[in-house]
Ligand binder design. Structure first.
Ligand code: FA5
Length: 346
């Protein structure tokens, strides 16, 4: 009887067991009433007295070995089985990671929807356009500071006699006269022009590429009251019912009179105080939204519309900026660094 070989066989057979039940079956084969250990014990009878002494010891040691190895194998296999049971097969499978819209695309869609509801049509005009549409027809003389190449990116190429050079549009106001021309100089005009704009700036509130949305409304009898009403409608729809609007006198070449639009701060709700301290976002209770005013008669004329019959208003706001105000984001560059932790917030 070679106990060492028997022990090795037991270990090999236990290694093949994939369940605790299989290990129990093996236990029975070795340690059961008619098992191999008892068979070995029965065989002692036929041995000599001398052999009997060592055989008894060996068989008992083997029995203890099998008992211990089966116990160890069973406890390991039970643990494995318990692990498997913890997987709840009734749960739905984990969702695949999916992409989502960029926060600016979400804002563009939301703003478009707000203006569609009151009859404004979404337009997109060229983001590389002639100086004519970007400045000339907007009553901005050649000497205007915005036409300096420090402020606006001009493209290389031979300038057109009437249209001038091509530029990366610094604002969406290039769509104003283009829209008047599209409608063959015949109001009513209700346009929301959304597009990319380019200015050579890069800091916490400026990016070299950003988006603007430009409202334009031209008809008979349009007044500042219509402008204020539309701005209030937009601001309450986008920022919330309790947001207030105010107009401050300003200057733009293409509107007269011109205003800056402010809204009550979305953080301190206009109180300028948060938890007993000065609001860090606005410091005054108000946040600047952008520029607006009544369309200048020269712009209407450039679009072939008679300013003695028709009047209108226009505004131009930054999409990133309104989104920052809505969600309390303090650095515009977050939108364009591609950091997934920021993008996942939307
Ligand atoms: C204009 O661009 C005018 N065309 C707006 C306008 C339209 C006035 C129609 C009257 C009638 P302004 O330069 O202030 O105005 O820019 C408007 C808004 O664009 C700013 O309030 C800001 O929200 C956004 N903006 C301007 N420059 C940047 C920039 N570099 N990065 C991000 N947003 C910007």
């Amino acid at each position: 009887m070679d106990i060492t070989t028997l022990k090795k066989t037991v270990l090999d057979e236990l290694a093949k067991c994939t369940t605790a039940d299989a290990a129990s079956d093996l236990e029975l084969i070795y340690l059961g009433r008619n098992g191999r250990v008892n068979e070995l014990l029965k065989g002692i009878k036929s041995l000599s007295l001398e052999e009997k002494k060592t055989a008894g010891k060996d068989i008992n040691a083997f029995k203890a070995f099998v008992t211990e190895e089966v116990r160890r194998a069973k406890s390991e296999l039970y643990a494995q089985e318990e692990q498997k049971i913890k997987v709840d097969v009734t749960l739905p499978p984990p969702l695949n990671k999916s992409g989502s819209l960029h926060p600016i695309t979400i804002a563009v869609n939301e703003i478009t929807g707000i203006f569609n509801k009151i009859g404004f049509i979404r337009m997109s005009y060229p983001e590389v356009d002639w100086e004519y549409y970007a400045f000339e027809v907007l009553n901005m003389p050649k000497t205007h500071a915005a036409r300096d190449d420090f402020e606006t990116t001009f493209l290389n190429g031979i300038p057109d006699k009437k249209m001038g050079k091509m530029v990366l549009t610094p604002h969406t106001s290039n769509g104003q006269v283009r829209e008047m021309e599209r409608l063959k100089s015949t109001p009513p005009i209700r346009m929301i022009n959304i597009g990319k704009c380019y200015r050579p700036n890069w800091d916490a509130t400026h990016t070299p590429m950003f988006h603007q949305f430009e409202g334009l409304c031209v008809d008979k009898g349009i007044t500042i009251a219509n402008l204020k009403g539309t701005l209030e409608y937009f601001v309450k729809s986008y920022f919330g019912e309790n947001t207030e609007v105010r107009l401050r006198p300003h200057h733009f070449q293409f509107t007269e009179p011109s205003f800056e639009v402010d809204i009550t701060c979305t953080m301190c709700k206009g109180s300028a105080v948060v938890e007993g301290k000065k609001c860090k976002i606005c410091k005054s209770g108000w946040l600047e939204l952008g520029g607006t005013g009544m369309v200048h008669p020269n712009v209407l004329k450039a679009g072939g519309i008679d300013p003695t019959i028709y009047s209108g208003w226009a505004f131009g706001f930054g999409i990133e900026r309104v989104n920052m105000m809505k969600y309390g984001i303090d650095d515009i560059r977050n939108y364009y660094t591609g950091d997934i932790r920021f993008l996942n917030l939307f």
